[in-house]
Write a protein that binds this ligand. Structure first.
Ligand code: NAD
Length: 433
């Protein structure tokens, strides 16, 4: 460690989590090297620019790069602390893929030295931190690694998950509480000392496996509760009820807090992480598995309802509002809105108009469908049908006067004052989906 007592840090993976983390650590005065396999990402950051959309991140990155506190590279270099924030997707059978984590471990292993701290932040199935440790131990037999030596280990290894909300990442990175799980209690204490440098929230230490499970449980909890709301919305459609009204009333109960239904559940966290638990304990997770099925099924329900509405009005132009997986962000991964809109584009072609202020262009699956991208003002001027798929603020603020005569299918409940045209349409068409 340097004489000024500020550790040098290497952040591996400079995406939605890694780049803000690297920038916040650099702001705390540590010299940070960001490591990424993408030359484009590295070049962008070294110019003081960013490749992802996140509130206030551009100014922060520009500032720390120009002060020489953050630089990026595709080549690893020695550091005191390594923070790994690479992707952890699942495969087509929903089995977790930790190959990126192991690849990151393989990259840093050769430069590890006595006293270093390795922290995994990627959302990971239980046992991944130990697998990372085992891999490092295999590559570096000269180092005493925690849990595999009876002596004081040369390095510390810990797991510390991220629970930030896109759109508020910089604020939440510093203010959220953190669970820090060490391979040993000593590892947890070393990682704790590091996080204390830039985290104002409470940092609670535990073991690595508990910290891994905690992250998965948080997202499975959200998924299960959203599934309840989505199931209620499907039931309400069948019974001719307004689900928003039902939920609003039920939530007046002092101990009831039903979440909001939507077109499904997206993103790379809530729609992915519950599978890591199911994969680890398939027989013991009927509820978590069913919730995933309900939330995925909601997308198909929305497609069927939207198709029926569009088919019933063959001359109407259709605006699909939003492609992102949630409000006010440019993240389209696992997005139910994107799924629904692309299905409609494939079926109805040029009748479909996509409004997505956070996309510079339409994703690849819209190519050759005939669907076009327009802005919200053009949509309000030219489209008779509006299908609300994302609750971006720019949609939420459209006043009733500008949409009162539209046929609206609002999957997010952002326009509670909208005349209930779609429900009447459904009754007329005897739609039961
Ligand atoms: N985005 C979120 O809101 C969020 C929230 C909590 C947790 N997480 C978790 O954080 C982890 C990272 O997610 P993200 O959204 O930042 O991913 P991302 O795809 O935005 O970024 C990952 C980056 O890692 C780079 N990379 C891949 N393999 C690499 C390697 N071997 N060495 C160096 N760089 C490599 C990629 O080029 C990419 O730039 C995942 O496990 C995710 O589940 C994400």
């Amino acid at each position: 460690m340097k004489s000024d007592n500020k550790p040098s840090v290497c952040v591996v993976g400079l995406g939605y989590i890694g780049l803000p983390t690297a920038a916040v650590i650099a702001r705390a005065g540590c010299k940070v090297l960001g490591l990424d396999v993408s030359q484009k990402v590295v070049d962008t950051i070294n110019r003081g620019e960013i490749h992802i959309e996140e509130v206030d991140l551009d100014g922060l990155v520009h500032g720390v790069v120009s002060r020489g506190l953050l630089s990026a590279s595709t080549e690893v270099a020695p550091a005191d602390v390594f923070v790994i924030a690479v992707p952890t997707p699942f495969d087509k059978n929903h089995a977790p893929d930790i190959s990126y984590v192991l690849a990151a471990g393989k990259t840093i292993a050769p430069v590890l030295k006595h006293g270093d701290v390795v922290i995994l932040e990627s959302t990971s199935p239980v046992g991944t931190t130990e697998q990372l440790r085992d891999m490092i131990a295999g590559m570096r037999p000269d180092l005493k690694v925690p849990g595999l030596t009876s002596e004081i280990p040369d390095i510390s290894i810990a797991y510390c998950p991220e629970r930030v909300l896109p759109g508020r990442i910089l604020e939440e990175l510093t203010n959220n509480d953190r669970s820090i799980g060490g391979i040993t209690p000593r590892c947890a204490r070393k990682a704790l000392a590091f996080y204390k440098r830039f985290v104002r929230g409470e940092c609670v230490t535990t073991d690595a496996r508990s910290a891994e499970m905690t992250k998965l449980v948080e997202n499975a909890y959200r998924d299960v509760n959203i599934a309840f709301a989505n199931e209620l919305s499907i039931v309400s459609d069948k019974m001719g009820l307004d689900v928003w009204e039902v939920i609003r009333l039920a939530n007046r109960h002092p101990r009831v807090n039903i979440l909001s239904p939507g077109p499904g559940v997206g993103g790379h966290c809530i729609a992915v992480d519950p599978w890591f638990i199911v994969h680890g304990a398939p027989e013991e997770t009927p509820l978590i598995r069913t919730a995933r099925g309900v939330n995925d099924g909601k997308m198909h329900h929305v497609v069927a309802k939207a198709e029926a509405l569009v088919e019933a009005h063959p001359d109407a132009k259709v605006a699909c509002l939003g492609l992102a997986f949630k409000a006010n962000i440019d993240d389209f991964r696992e997005s139910p809105a994107r799924f629904v809109a692309s299905r409609l584009a494939r079926k109805f072609g040029e009748r479909i108009h996509i409004v997505e202020p956070y996309a510079a262009e339409l994703p690849i699956e819209f190519t050759d469908t005939g669907a076009v991208q327009i802005d919200i003002d053009d949509a309000l001027e030219t489209c008779e049908i509006m299908i609300v798929l994302v609750d971006h603020d720019v949609f939420r603020v459209v006043p009733l006067a500008e949409r009162a005569d539209k046929l609206v299918y609002d999957t997010r409940g952002i326009w509670p004052d909208q005349p209930r045209v779609v429900r009447e349409e459904e009754a007329r068409l005897k739609l039961v989906v």
